[in-house]
Design a protein around this ligand. Structure first.
Ligand code: GDP
Length: 672
C-alpha cells in the first residue's frame, strides 16, 4: 500500500470543505454526504469554521483508492494563518488547489500558489462549481494559466472536458494522458516522450503516465481537472487521477523523523499529530521532541479510512496522533528534522489584544488554558499582567481572535471576549547612559554593587552583554541574576514597550560574601543573595536609559501588491493616505485578466505589481478598501520587516509591575 499525504487549499468559499466531503464519500470512506451549508461536514470541527465557512485548524481524513491510502490533511486557508498554512505544508506530499469556475483565481489563490511553489510542494488544480450559474471553466483555466502559471515556469495539463457548464447538468469528462493535447504538454518537457510521439507506435499509456508522474513530482507540470463538489461531476475523475499522478510518500531518512503539525488539547491531555518521514514509532517508545527531552509515547493512533485507529507501529508516510509527548510543540520534530521541510522563522506578530473571560469567575481557567495553548504553539505569545489580572495575546490579524476564542470555548470551555486590537511598538536606544549603585553607599536596600553602561545596538542584534569587570569578581550565580535583571529592565522600556536591541556593559560589581564565622549560620542580613542583583539591575538599567533616551518605534511591513492597472491611481492615493510608501512599480509579465469564455470577446486588463512599505497600523484599512478599488482582484501580501520612530507624542503602554524609576515604589514592591 502506498501513502499520499494530500492537502486541499483554496480561497475562502471556493469549495474546499465540500470537495473534501465529496472525495471521502466517493471513495467510500463516509456513508453519507455532509453539507457545509447544514454544518454537518467531517473536517470543519470548529464553530468559527462553520460560521465563517473557513478552515483554520488542521484536520485529517483518510480514504483508499486502489493501492493508495490518501490522507487528506485539511489546511487553513486564511491569510491570517499563512504561518499555519506553511507549517501544515511541511507534512504534505502534494496539494490540490481549488479554484472556483465562477469567481476564478482569487487573491488568496495567488498567495497560496506562491507558498506552494516556494516550498516545492507538487500541486494539482481543481476547477470547482462547474454546475453553478455563471461558471466559465475555460475562462478559469485561462486565468490560472495567466495569473498562476505565467512566470512560475509550470505548464498546465488540462485533464477534463466540460460540457453544459453553468447548469446543474454540467458534465466533466476525463481527458486521457494519451490525448494529443496532453502529450503536447508532456512532450515539451520530456525529450524521450517527444521522440516516442514522433515514431511508431507512438506514446503508450504507461509512457505518458511515467512522464506525467515525473514532471508533476518536480513541479514542472500541474494537472488541472474540473468538476463540481456539489453534484459530484468530475470528482471520480479527480479520484482516479490524483493517486496516480501525485508523488507517494517515501522514507526520506533511516533515522526517526516526524514533523508535529498540530497539537490538540483535550480532557485526557494533549495529542500530538505527526507525519512520519523516517524510522518507526511504537507505543512505549521513548522519543526526543524539539527540545530534546525524551518522553514516552503512551498511545499511538493512525489515520485510516475508518478514522483514528490504534496502531502498534507507524511507518514513514503515516499520519499519526500520539499521547505522552508533553513537550511537543506545533512545527517541532520528533527525532531528526528534514532540512527542506523545516518551517522558516516567522516575524513576531505585531498586534495584540487583551482577552477577557465573559464570566469573571473563569479568569483562572482562562489563564491556564491560554498558557497551555501558548506552550504548545510557538505562534501564540502571551503578555501576562498578574496584578491587573490581564492577559494579552499577540496576533497576526483580526480573524485570529475568533480562532483563539473558539479554541478556548471548544477545548477548554471558557467563553471569552477581546478588547480592541493594538499595535505592538518597540523602543530603540537613542544615545548612551550609565548608572552605578555601591553596596557601601546604602542608596538602595540591596546588598549589591552594580554599574552599567547602556548603548544602542544594531536592529536585530538582540541583547549584547559585555564585561568591563573581571569574570571572577563575583560568583557566577550573581552574574546570572544580574543579566536576568537586565532582561527584565529591557522588557519594558521608558514608555513601557520592549527594547529588543541593546548593548549593556557591566562596569561595576561587588558583593558581601556569605558569613562563615564559626558557629555562625548564613545570615542574609549581611550577605548578598541573587535577588539583590536581580532587583537592583532594572533600577540602574532604567536610570541609564533615562540618560540615553529611547525612541518609540512602530512596526512597518514590506508589501507586495498586484492590482489591475486601472486601479493604480486610486490605490496609490490610498497607500499614500495610509502613510505607506511605494518603492517599486512593474507590469506583471503576461498577466492579463480576461473574463468570459472563448466565444465572447475577452475583457482584458493589464496587471501592475507594486512593492513598498506600510505601517502595520494601516494594513487592516488597506485590506478593507482593496476589494472595492480593485474589483476584488488585488493580491496583497506583507510581513513586518522593520520599525520606524513614531512621529509626535509616542504611545505608552501601561507598565506591568512597579516602575524602576520610582525608587520608593520599586523598593516597596521588591523588598529585600
Ligand atoms: P470552502 O470555504 O472553500 O471550504 O468552501 P465550502 O465547501 O464551504 O463551500 C462554499 C459554498 O459554496 C457553500 O455554500 C457550498 O455549498 C458551495 N459550493 C461548494 N462547492 C460547490 C459546487 O461545486 N457547486 C455549487 N453550486 N456550489 C458549491
Amino acid at each position: 500500500m502506498h501513502t499520499l499525504n494530500l492537502g486541499i487549499l483554496a480561497h475562502v468559499d471556493a469549495g474546499k470543505t465540500s470537495l473534501t466531503e465529496r472525495l471521502l464519500f466517493e471513495a467510500g470512506a463516509i456513508p453519507e454526504l455532509g453539507s457545509v451549508d447544514a454544518g454537518t461536514t467531517r473536517t470543519d470541527s470548529m464553530d468559527v469554521e462553520r460560521r465563517r465557512g473557513i478552515t483554520v485548524r488542521t484536520n485529517v481524513a483518510s480514504f483508499t483508492v486502489g493501492d493508495v491510502q490518501v490522507n487528506l490533511i485539511d489546511t487553513p486557508g486564511h491569510s491570517d494563518f499563512i504561518a499555519e498554512v506553511e507549517r501544515s505544508l511541511a507534512a504534505l506530499d502534494a496539494a490540490v488547489l481549488v479554484v472556483s469556475a465562477v469567481e476564478g483565481v482569487q487573491p488568496q489563490t495567488v498567495v497560496l500558489w506562491r507558498v506552494l511553489r516556494r516550498l516545492g510542494v507538487p500541486v494539482a488544480i481543481f476547477i470547482n462549481k462547474i454546475d453553478r450559474r455563471g461558471a466559465a471553466p475555460g475562462w478559469a483555466l485561462a486565468e490560472i494559466g495567466r495569473r498562476l502559471a505565467a512566470g512560475s515556469g509550470a505548464r498546465m495539463l488540462p485533464l477534463t472536458d466540460v460540457a453544459a457548464a453553468g447548469s446543474s447538468g454540467a458534465v466533466a469528462t476525463p481527458i486521457p494522458l494519451t490525448h494529443p493535447a496532453a502529450i503536447d504538454v508532456l512532450a515539451s518537457g520530456d525529450d524521450r516522450l517527444l521522440r516516442a510521439a514522433l515514431e511508431e507506435p507512438g506514446v503508450t499509456a504507461a509512457m505518458a503516465l511515467r512522464s506525467a508522474r515525473k514532471q508533476v513530482g518536480c513541479g514542472a507540470v500541474v494537472p488541472v481537472t474540473a468538476g463540481s463538489a456539489l453534484t459530484g461531476a468530475g470528482v471520480p475523475g479527480l479520484l482516479a487521477t490524483l493517486p496516480r499522478l501525485m508523488p507517494w510518500a517515501q522514507a526520506a531518512t533511516r533515522a526517526l523523523s516526524a514533523v508535529i503539525y498540530k497539537i490538540e488539547h483535550g480532557d485526557r491531555g494533549t495529542l500530538a499529530h505527526c507525519r512520519l518521514f523516517g524510522g518507526e514509532l511504537r507505543v512505549r517508545d521513548r522519543v526526543g521532541t524539539a527540545d530534546a527531552r525524551a518522553e514516552v509515547i503512551t498511545s499511538l493512533e493512525r489515520s485510516t479510512p475508518h478514522g483514528w485507529t490504534k496502531a502498534s507501529v507507524a511507518r514513514p508516510g503515516d499520519v499519526v496522533r500520539m499521547r505522552g509527548l508533553g513537550a511537543a510543540r506545533t512545527g517541532g520534530w520528533v527525532g531528526e528534522a528534514i532540512p527542506g521541510r523545516v518551517t522558516r522563522q516567522f516575524p513576531a506578530p505585531a498586534l495584540e489584544s487583551v482577552v477577557e473571560p465573559v464570566d469573571p469567575a473563569r479568569r483562572g481557567r482562562l489563564f491556564s488554558a491560554l498558557k497551555e495553548l501558548a506552550e504548545a504553539d510557538p505562534l501564540i505569545n502571551l503578555r501576562v499582567d498578574e496584578e491587573r489580572g490581564e492577559i494579552a495575546v499577540s496576533l497576526y490579524g483580526e480573524v485570529q481572535k475568533e480562532v483563539i476564542a473558539d479554541l478556548l470555548a471548544g477545548q477548554f470551555g471558557v467563553a471569552v471576549a477581546f478588547r480592541p486590537t493594538v499595535t505592538v511598538h518597540i523602543e530603540r536606544i537613542a544615545g548612551t547612559g550609565s548608572a552605578v549603585a555601591r553596596i557601601t553607599e546604602k542608596t538602595t536596600p540591596y546588598l549589591a554593587t552594580l554599574g552599567f553602561r547602556v548603548e544602542r545596538a544594531p536592529a536585530g542584534s538582540g541583547l549584547v552583554c559585555d564585561l568591563e569587570v573581571e569574570r571572577g569578581s563575583m560568583p557566577p550565580a550573581f552574574f546570572a541574576a544580574t543579566w536576568e535583571g537586565v532582561r527584565a529592565g529591557l522588557a519594558q522600556g521608558l514608555s513601557g514597550w520592549a527594547i529588543p536591541d541593546a548593548r549593556v556593559v557591566l562596569t561595576h560589581t561587588g558583593y558581601w560574601p556569605r558569613q562563615s564565622a564559626m558557629h555562625q549560620k548564613f545570615n542574609k542580613n549581611i550577605s548578598s543573595v541573587g535577588a539583590d542583583f536581580r532587583y537592583l539591575a532594572p533600577v540602574l538599567i532604567h536610570e541609564a536609559l533615562r540618560q540615553a533616551r529611547t525612541a518609540v518605534c512602530e512596526p512597518v511591513e514590506t508589501f507586495h501588491l498586484e492590482i489591475p492597472a486601472r486601479a493604480l491611481p486610486a490605490v496609490t492615493s490610498t497607500i499614500a493616505r495610509l502613510s505607506g510608501l511605494i518603492t517599486g512599480t512593474s507590469a506583471v509579465a503576461g498577466a492579463v485578466l480576461a473574463r468570459g469564455d472563448a466565444p465572447k470577446p475577452p475583457r482584458t486588463t493589464a496587471v501592475v505589481a507594486l512593492t513598498g512599505t506600510l505601517p502595520t497600523r494601516s494594513v487592516q484599512s488597506l485590506l478593507a478598501q482593496l476589494p472595492e478599488q480593485t474589483s476584488g482582484e488585488g493580491v496583497f501580501t506583507s510581513e513586518v520587516t522593520h520599525y520606524t520612530p513614531v512621529a509626535g507624542a509616542p504611545p505608552a503602554r501601561p507598565r506591568i509591575g512597579p516602575d524602576p524609576l520610582n525608587r520608593e515604589e520599586w523598593f516597596r514592591a521588591r523588598p529585600r
